[in-house]
Design a protein around this ligand. Sequence first.
Ligand code: MRU
Length: 347
Amino acid sequence: MIETIQWIDNRVVMIDQTRLPVEEKYVTCRTYEEVAAAIRDMTIRGAPAIGVAAAMGVALGMLHASEAGLDAQFAAICDTLAKTRPTAVNLFWALERMKRLYDSLRGQPLATIRRRLIEEALRVREEDIEICRTIGRNGAVLIPDHATVLTHCNAGALATAGYGTALGVIRAAVEAGKQVDVFADETRPFLQGARLTVWELQQDGIPTTLITDNMAGHFLKSGRIGCVVVGADRIAANGDVANKIGTYSVAVLAKENGVPFFVAAPVSTLDLSLASGDAIPIEERAPAEVTHVFGQQVAPAGATAANPAFDVTPARYISAIITENGVARAPYAESLARLANRSAMVS
Ligand code: MRU
């Protein structure tokens, strides 16, 4: 099993996702600032995984906090972590969860506060693995036997505490005895599909074909793709989904060609405070990620490049949203509100 992020000897240890698949290197964060830097530079990435990292970052920060001005230190830690990446709501969900606990512990000895925050961060991690397994079971029934499934980016074990959301659905279908082949979009510019999804699925022995992003339409039209499954970074109340840049194009092409398009995500990815996807903040990353591919220049010096890291797929392109609490279908305003208030489905 891939260990995306762990709490070891009061340190946060994560596999360096900027080095995969060339090198399996682990990074040790000793301070919350190091955790924040690891989220920002994408040493760890994927919405649920950065939520776990944020929770552990808070626990780590408070481990080194001093007795005087504890509230101000707590606020500064949360603020630093909140400013790392804006789109995945799981990060803010995790910070809010840690804050609620901290508020409930006011007046307790510092040693107790530290212990409880560490326990909570570990719980966020453990729960995430369980949630992914439940998402997998809930979604596996939607994957036909002998299907070829297209996925975009990496919504796998590396993007979560383990097992994955979109890849969790694929894994669960395979565990249920289905024959599943995967087509993985390479996912320019950061290549999460080529580097991470293919690496993960290779380890599981799930047959995977890597394609460049601009091949997706061709294969969707060819009739070879049975369905699309992707993850999500934030889902608005009306079912609009923010996910890795390029997801929207895949969804439109899927609908045009009559291929079901599924989104798999935990309930912590829902942001019902936003009426539609128009309000989801889209992270803009450095143009150098587009003009260069891992240090190799691919555009003329001085080229202007845009680099939105996410796009928003309108709900009308989405056949179903698979969560741990069940599967939502249109009209999403009602189905998502219902699922948000339900507890995890035991299938
Ligand atoms: O920029 P990233 O790599 O953090 O983006 C990741 C994605 O867009 C994933 O599809 C999403 O976070 C879901 S992960 C289970």
